[in-house]
Design a protein around this ligand. Structure first.
Ligand code: ZN
Length: 411
């Protein structure tokens, strides 16, 4: 059932010159954690390949999966991480102050997940509306925040404007890379924003991904790997400007970009500055991507060898954290329960389930202390500080974490 649709052209500029540089193999969907009954059945896998557009330098999956198979039921919750909750509260405050938002302003969060960001906006007195296709998350949201269950695009924007009015501010944190139909999304944004309104994106940043060797950021949900250059190119086609960019430390490096209609906001010096940095680091060169591909293939060999050696020495291995990205790593390294006995994770939505493709059981976080395996591979390596603080006792008793990316490190 490899029903992936091919991507003949670049989703940013429509050029057909997209060339692959990384193949992570046939992989199950990263957020599709399975029940005990489901691991007995056939599981669909899809090719996971990344390409570079020679015309606009956009980096994207070359064989995207239809969104309906990924987002209608969703097990990731923003509130599950205190680092992320704090970050979203800080984002709300920053935008309220920067754009002087109040009770007359509507904030629309696209991919609102469990309403963590919108709850923070509401505490500042701003009107809020969430958009998200995941029905299970709507049922879990106890915030009482209004939500539109569906994908965002021009038609959704029309319905929102009809019922709730236009938005002073719109946000998409960690959802903009999911969008395959960018033109329809941007048309919708143009329709949604009131004059002078701002759209704010937060997404993993290609420069950080490349420089950290963070290949596990690649999974089917992430159709795009954004840099400032292609982002400007996309919005330019709709007479919109990227007016401000910021680099954020969360998740080991994110890009925040603010977008306004052309002429409604001045372009901040941060935009040409970061664009220049991208050029100086070769982000617009295919050779940079080829070198990254080589580095990832080396990392696979080194990690596989290191884990096999520990097993030969009789060490017991578990993993900590079951983020979607962990499944890219587990699949690409072809790990299974013989090597990684289980994954300890705090999310009750994932506990009792099995990792897609590799079928490793996910157990409550407390198991790490009860069981005290020799090593725990830190799959959620982007939350290293948070995890090390939570699991200080495991290390005090002699347990060690293995941070797998960019180069294997023991802590
Ligand atoms: Zn392109």
């Amino acid at each position: 059932m490899n029903a992936a649709t091919s991507l003949p052209t670049c989703i940013v500029c429509r050029s057909p010159q997209v060339e692959e540089f990384l193949d992570l193999g046939a992989t199950a969907l990263a957020n599709n954690f399975l029940t005990a009954a489901e691991i007995e059945r056939d599981e669909p896998t899809y090719p996971l390949r990344v390409g570079f557009c020679h015309a606009c330098a956009h980096v994207q999956l070359t064989t995207p999966v239809p969104p309906a198979s990924m987002f209608q039921t969703y097990l990731y919750r923003s509130s599950a991480s205190t680092t992320l909750s704090d970050h979203l509260a800080d984002l709300a405050k920053t935008l309220v102050d920067r754009h002087h938002l109040g009770p007359n302003d509507l904030e629309v969060d696209i991919g609102c997940n469990d309403g963590t960001l919108l709850t923070a906006f509401r505490e500042h007195g701003v009107r809020t509306l969430g958009v998200d296709p995941a029905e299970n998350l709507a049922a879990l949201d106890e915030s009482g925040i209004e939500r539109y269950i569906g994908y965002f695009g021009d038609e959704t924007a029309r319905r929102i404007v009809e019922r709730w009015g236009r938005a002073s501010i719109a946000t998409a944190t960690n959802t903009f890379p999911h969008i395959p139909a960018l033109d329809d999304f941007v048309l919708g944004m143009d329709r949604l924003l009131e004059p002078g309104g701002t759209f704010v994106i937060e997404a993993h940043y290609l420069l950080d991904l490349i420089e950290q060797g963070a290949f596990d950021t690649v999974y089917h949900e992430h159709v795009s790997y954004w840099a400032v250059g292609p982002l400007i190119r996309l919005f330019d086609r709709f007479d919109m400007d990227v007016v401000r960019v910021e680099r954020l430390p969360i998740h080991h490096g994110q890009l925040r970009a603010s977008i306004q209609r052309r002429g409604e906001g001045a372009v901040d010096p941060s935009v040409p500055a970061l664009l220049e940095l991208e050029r100086s680091r070769g982000l617009d060169q295919f050779s940079t991507m080829q070198a990254f591909g080589d580095q990832v293939r080396r990392a696979k060999r080194d990690l596989t060898d290191a884990l096999a050696r520990l097993r030969r020495e009789g060490k017991r291995l578990a993993a900590y954290g079951a983020p979607a990205k962990g499944n890219t790593l587990l699949s690409y390294l072809e790990l299974d329960p013989d090597t990684i006995e289980y994954i300890a994770d705090r999310s009750t939505l994932k506990q009792g389930r099995f990792t897609p493709g590799t079928h490793i059981p996910v157990v409550p976080a407390e198991r790490l202390l009860e069981d005290q395996p020799d090593y725990a591979v830190l799959l959620a390596w982007n939350f290293e500080d948070e995890v090390l603080a939570q699991q200080a006792e495991y290390r005090r008793r002699g347990g060690r974490f293995l941070v797998p990316v960019p180069v294997l490190r023991e802590v």
